[in-house]
Design a protein around this ligand. Structure first.
Ligand code: ADP
Ligand code: MG
Length: 367
C-alpha cells in the first residue's frame, strides 16, 4: 500500500517511520526541498495546491492523508473527487477556520469560551461586549504556536490590536483562567469504531507547547472528554487520528481547538503507549484494525524549541528517548523532542526537571 502525505514535516516523518514495519510505502508533497519527511521517503517538491503535483501524487498513492491542515479547500475537493482521502474535506475545512470550528462545537453542545467574529477594527467594541475582558483576538486562519494572537487585557489594548494581527479576519474569545490544559487524542476507523488515548496534561510557554504528561489520570474528565468528542467525530465522518485541546476549569472541560491530524501532544505515544498515534492513524486510513491506546507507564514529552540539546546528555537519563526532526534551528521552531518513561509520577517529574536543566543550559551556553 502506498500512502501519499500532503505536508512533509516532522509529523509526516514520524508517520512514515511507524508505517515501514507494516510494509507501507510513502510519498510526500511539500514545497521545501529539505522537508523533514523527504529524508525518509520519496518527495514531490511542489505547492500543496499545484494541480500537476497533486495529479502526480494521486496517481502514485492508494490513499492520501495530511501532516498539515491548511491545504486550500479547493485542492482538497479536487483530491476527494479523485481518490480516497482521510480525514475528509469536511474535517479539514472546519479545522482551518477558528470560527467554523467554534460554531460546530457550539452546535454539538461542546462548551467553548464566549466568542465573537471580528472582521474589522470597528467590530472590536461589539466583540468585547460578548467576551468581556480580558479576551484574546485570534486570526481565523493559519495560526499555530500562538502566532496571530493578541491578548486584550483592557480597553486601551483594543487600539491597534486588529493591526497587530495583520488586519485579517479574526475571532475574539473570552480569556479563560484555566486550572490546566488537557488534550484528547482519538482515532476512528472506517467502520466507525473509536479508540481514545488517556488524557494528556499540556504545558505551554508563550503559546508554544513545552511539556506534555500522560496519562492525566482523572476518570471523570476522561469520560466527559470522550462524551464530547464522540459526536464530533461522527458528525465529521472522521477517519484517522484527531486531537481536541481543552481548558479545565472547576472540573469542567471547555474546548479550545481541534486538529484533524496526529498531534504534538500525542508524541509520547511512540514509546509510552501500546500502539502510537502515528501507527493508529495509518491503521485507520488503510482499513486495518485499531491497536491498543493504553499507556505503558507514566510518560512525558518535552519539545526542543529553537535548538537541540546534546543527544549524549539527554540519553544519559534512564528511560529517555531522543527525536531529532532534522530541521534547521530557527527561533521558536520545534526541532525535536524527548520522551521519558518512569514507573511513578514523582520519578517522572524529577526526570523532566533534569531534562529542562539540560535544555536551559544549552540555551545559556549559546547566549
Ligand atoms: N481563550 C483563551 N483563554 C486562555 N488561554 C488561551 C485562550 N486561547 C488560547 N490560550 C492559550 O494560548 C495557547 C495557544 O492558543 P491556541 O488557540 O491553542 O492556538 P494555536 O493554534 O497557536 O495552538 C493555548 O494553548 C493556551 O495556553
Ligand atoms: Mg493550540
Amino acid at each position: 500500500m502506498i500512502i501519499g502525505i500532503i505536508g512533509g514535516g516532522q509529523l509526516a516523518k514520524m508517520m512514515i517511520l511507524a508505517g515501514y514495519p507494516m510494509g507501507q510505502e510513502f510519498i510526500v508533497l511539500d514545497p521545501a526541498p529539505d522537508a523533514a519527511a523527504g529524508r525518509v521517503a520519496k518527495q514531490i517538491v511542489g505547492a500543496y495546491d499545484d494541480p500537476d503535483k497533486l495529479r502526480e501524487l494521486i496517481a502514485l498513492a492508494d490513499v492520501i492523508t495530511f501532516d498539515f491542515e491548511n491545504v486550500p479547500a479547493d485542492a482538497i475537493q479536487v483530491i476527494a473527487e479523485q481518490t480516497r482521502v482521510f480525514p475528509g474535506a469536511k474535517a479539514l475545512a472546519t479545522a482551518q477556520d477558528r470560527l467554523s470550528e467554534k460554531q460546530l462545537f457550539k452546535q454539538l453542545n461542546i462548551p467553548v469560551p464566549a466568542f465573537h467574529c471580528v472582521d474589522s477594527a470597528a467590530d472590536l467594541e461589539d466583540a468585547i461586549e460578548t467576551t468581556g475582558l480580558p479576551a484574546v483576538l485570534k486570526t481565523r486562519r493559519l495560526g499555530y504556536d500562538g502566532k496571530g494572537q493578541k491578548v486584550l487585557r483592557n480597553r486601551e489594548d483594543l487600539n491597534g490590536a486588529f493591526e497587530a494581527i495583520g488586519m485579517q479576519a479574526a475571532i475574539a474569545e473570552q480569556w479563560i483562567e484555566f486550572e490546566r490544559e488537557v488534550s484528547l487524542i482519538a482515532v476512528r476507523d472506517q467502520h466507525g469504531n473509536i479508540a481514545f488515548y488517556p488524557l494528556v496534561h499540556n504545558m505551554h510557554e508563550h503559546g508554544i507547547l513545552r511539556i506534555s504528561k500522560a496519562p492525566y489520570d482523572n476518570p471523570e474528565l476522561q469520560a466527559q472528554a470522550q462524551q464530547l468528542v464522540t459526536p464530533l467525530l461522527e458528525k465529521l465522518d472522521y477517519v484517522g487520528v484527531h486531537a481536541t485541546e481543552f481548558f479545565v476549569k472547576e472540573g469542567q472541560l471547555i474546548a479550545n481547538e481541534m486538529a484533524p491530524r496526529v498531534h504534538n501532544t500525542g508524541h509520547w505515544t511512540i514509546e509510552g503507549a501500546g500502539v502510537s498515534q502515528f501507527e493508529n492513524h495509518l491503521r485507520a486510513i488503510t482499513g486495518l484494525p485499531l491497536g491498543t491506546t493504553e499507556a505503558h507507564s507514566h510518560a512525558a514529552m518535552i519539545n526542543f524549541i529553537s535548538e537541540l540539546p546534546p543527544v549524549e546528555k539527554i540519553l544519559s537519563i534512564p528511560g529517555c528517548h531522543y527525536h531529532d526532526y532534522g530541521k534547521k534551528p530557527r527561533p521558536n521552531r520545534k526541532v525535536g523532542h524527548a520522551t521519558l518513561r518512569a514507573s511513578s509520577e514523582s520519578k517522572l517529574q524529577s526526570k523532566i526537571d533534569a531534562i529542562m536543566e539540560i535544555v536551559d543550559s544549552t540555551k545559556s551556553s549559546r547566549s
